[in-house]
Design a protein around this ligand. Structure first.
Ligand code: TRP
Length: 336
């Protein structure tokens, strides 16, 4: 049986953090290593430009940072095809074709787009760009260019997959059965809260631990994590349920250690500083192999580029095949 193709990706707007790790990277590595799939991962630089068009340096730099993060967590170019979105012109072409199949009001009603526009008032002012409003169309091109894609996503991305399916159905109903409808795979991975207790971990929020952070940076960040505000003195009784340190202990520390920490906190027998030190050590230990691998590749930029070039070439071949079918269906195959 042919292996099912998986398609996922990230916008290269910053280095990846532990939120990405638990939210998607871990699952991607597991799926890769299961050998049951044919995984593709795109570094979505074109999509990143939709809300960073005024900052091309940032996007360019982060393409390599994200690639280093991928390699550091154990994604392997021999098993996972990793490619740069802007280097697949077929995706841009498909985006133009699909733009006839989606209305402006439908895009405006897309919950993901709506939320993001609200968050980006500073960039867009009162009027959003055509490119940003239309990025779900480009994402539909990302997915369909590679056929039969299973798309593992977080909940916030579901409306984008739904919109992609609608485009596929519309395309197929007008031009004949051509495109493959993707299937969203809702990952059981969790969304990690920030060090400050914010629901989301993110660069703009300044509450993230990066996969590339040094032990010193990790320790410093953990020291700033929000704990039970009612716990004023070292021996007052704490409530680990509202403490970010205990929240991260559950992610990074052995079960027994977690139980111990919580029990002693409730009894007022453990100070927050000691608790944070212990957590910082466990995070550092967990991230150590990732950081080491990252350093290995940081020192070998030509190898990293080689991986990117080869992945992109392979992806391009796949996209070209789809493009042939699309052009035939749309009667644009003039001299074939
Ligand atoms: N929208 C995704 C994000 O912001 C990135 C992305 C671009 C993507 N194209 C994709 C994800 C195709 C899955 C499939 O994280």
């Amino acid at each position: 049986m042919e292996k099912k193709r998986i398609l996922t990706g990230d916008r290269p707007t910053g280095r990846l953090h532990i939120g990405h790790y638990f939210g998607s990277l871990k699952t991607r590595v597991e799926m890769q290593n299961s050998g049951k799939y044919d995984p593709y991962i795109l570094i979505a630089d074109v999509q990143a430009l939709t809300d960073n068009f005024n900052n091309p340096d940032k996007v360019r730099k982060n393409v390599r940072e994200v690639m280093l993060d991928y390699l550091s967590v154990g994604l392997e170019p021999e098993k996972t095809t990793i490619y740069i979105q802007s280097m697949i012109p077929e995706v841009a072409e498909l985006t133009v074709f699909y733009s006839n199949l989606v209305t402006i009001s439908r895009l405006q009603r897309n919950p993901t787009v709506k939320t993001e526009i609200a968050q980006k008032k500073e960039l867009f002012g009162e009027s959003v760009t055509y490119g940003f409003l239309g990025y779900p169309v480009s994402q539909a091109a990302d997915i369909t260019a590679f056929e039969g894609a299973l798309v593992p996503v977080g909940e916030d991305q579901l409306p984008l997959i739904e919109q992609c399916k609608e485009i596929v159905r519309k395309f197929n109903s007008i031009y004949g059965e051509t495109l493959v409808e993707p299937e969203a795979v809702l990952s059981n991975a969790k969304r990690i809260k920030g060090l400050d207790g914010n629901e989301k971990m993110g660069k703009s929020l300044g509450n993230a631990i990066y996969l590339s952070d040094t032990p010193e940076e990790i320790s410093k960040k953990v020291m700033s994590a929000v704990t039970d505000p009612n716990r004023i003195k070292k021996d007052s009784k704490g409530n680990p349920d509202i403490c970010m340190v205990s929240y991260y202990h559950k992610l990074f520390s052995p079960k027994e250690e977690c139980e111990n920490v919580c029990e002693e906190c409730r009894a007022g027998k453990r100070g927050c500083v000691a608790c944070k030190k212990q957590l910082a050590n466990n995070i550092i230990k967990t991230l150590e192999p990732i950081r080491e691998k990252r350093e290995y590749y940081e020192k070998r930029p030509e190898l990293v580029d080689k991986f990117l070039i080869e992945g992109t070439q392979k992806a391009r071949e796949t996209a070209k095949e789809t493009m042939k079918k699309v052009k035939r269906a749309m009667k644009l195959d003039y001299f074939e």
